[in-house]
Design a protein around this ligand. Structure first.
Ligand code: ATP
Ligand code: MG
Length: 247
C-alpha cells in the first residue's frame, strides 16, 4: 500500500444495533496522519459510525478497512491490538481509583517489559497528569479526566485514535487545549478521528471533516472548506453566523 492510501476507510458501510440500520451506505476515506472530524445534527449517527470503526456496533453490510485489511469481522480487542484505539463519550475511567491505578489497568494490554516506557510516553504527552498520579480519578476536573482517558489508551502507541466528543462538558479554554493535544498527536504521525459538537473548535485543527445527516455522509472535504461553506453551516450545523462558536 502506498502512503497516499487511506489508513482507515469504509465502503458502503451499513451499521446499527440489531434493528433498522443507523449508518447507511457510508463511504469514507481517512488519510493517514491526518485529523478527521465527524459533525452533524444530534442523532445523525456520528457516534454509531465511530463505534463501527472499533467494532462496537454491528456491521450489516459493506467493509471497514484498516491499513488495507478488512476488519469488519474483527473484535474490538483485535482492532485494538492492530493499532486502533477508541475513547468513548463521557468520563469512563475508574473514578474511585487513582490516576496511576487507572493507567496501570489500561496498560494491561502492553507487554510487561514495555509498561514503564509506555507510562513515560503518556506522561510526557500529558505532563498535567504527573502531579495527579495519586489523586482519585473522580476528583480530577473534566478536562483532566479527558486527558486521562486518552492517556489510558495511548499507552499502546496506537496508529489511529478514535475519540467521541472530547470537548463535552469542558470549559472553552480546556476544549481548545484538548484539541491542541489531538493536533499534536496528529503532527507526531497519528491518524485521529473525532466526533464533535463544538464544530468551530474541532474544525480549526482538523484536516478534513465529514457531515453526517440521517446516517449518510452529506459532505466530506477539507475542514476549512466545510467550515466556510454557508450552505453547509445553515443546513446542517445550526446556521451559525460566521465567526460564532457552535455548541
Ligand atoms: N445502543 C443503541 N441501541 C440502539 N439504538 C441506538 C444505540 N445508540 C444509539 N442508537 C440510535 O442511533 C441513532 C444515532 O445515534 P448516535 O448516537 O450515533 O448519534 P450521534 O450523531 O452521535 O448523536 P449525538 O450528537 O446526539 O451524540 C439514534 O436514533 C439513536 O437512538
Ligand atoms: Mg454521539
Amino acid at each position: 500500500m502506498s502512503t497516499r492510501d487511506p489508513v482507515l476507510k469504509c465502503e458502503e458501510l451499513v451499521a446499527g444495533y440489531g434493528g433498522p440500520p443507523i449508518v447507511r451506505n457510508v463511504d469514507l476515506n481517512i488519510p493517514g496522519k491526518q485529523m478527521m472530524t465527524l459533525v452533524g445534527p444530534n442523532g445523525a449517527g456520528k457516534s454509531t459510525l465511530l463505534r463501527a470503526f472499533y467494532g462496537l456496533t454491528r456491521t450489516y453490510a459493506g467493509h471497514i478497512l484498516f491499513e488495507g485489511q478488512a476488519i469488519e469481522k474483527a473484535s474490538p480487542l483485535q482492532r485494538y491490538a492492530s493499532g486502533i484505539a477508541f475513547v468513548p463519550q463521557g468520563r469512563c475511567n475508574f473514578d474511585r481509583m487513582s490516576v496511576a491505578e487507572n493507567l496501570a489497568v489500561a496498560a494491561h494490554s502492553v507487554a510487561v517489559g514495555k509498561r514503564a516506557a509506555a507510562l513515560d510516553y503518556v506522561l510526557g504527552l500529558f505532563p498535567t497528569l504527573k502531579p495527579l498520579m495519586q489523586s482519585m480519578a473522580g476528583n480530577l476536573s473534566g478536562g483532566e479526566q479527558q486527558l486521562l482517558e486518552m492517556a489510558m489508551v495511548l499507552q499502546t502507541h496506537p496508529k489511529c485514535l478514535l475519540v467521541d466528543e472530547p470537548s463535552l462538558g469542558l470549559s472553552p479554554g480546556m476544549q481548545a487545549s484538548v484539541f491542541e493535544k489531538l493536533a499534536e498527536l496528529r503532527d507526531a504521525g497519528m491518524t485521529v478521528v473525532t466526533v464533535e459538537q463544538n464544530v468551530r473548535v474541532a474544525l480549526a485543527v482538523s484536516d478534513r471533516a465529514a457531515v453526517l445527516v440521517h446516517g449518510e455522509i452529506a459532505f466530506e472535504g477539507p475542514a476549512d472548506e466545510i467550515l466556510a461553506d454557508d450552505r453547509i453551516r445553515i443546513a446542517y450545523l445550526g446556521g451559525l453566523p460566521a465567526g460564532q462558536a457552535a455548541h
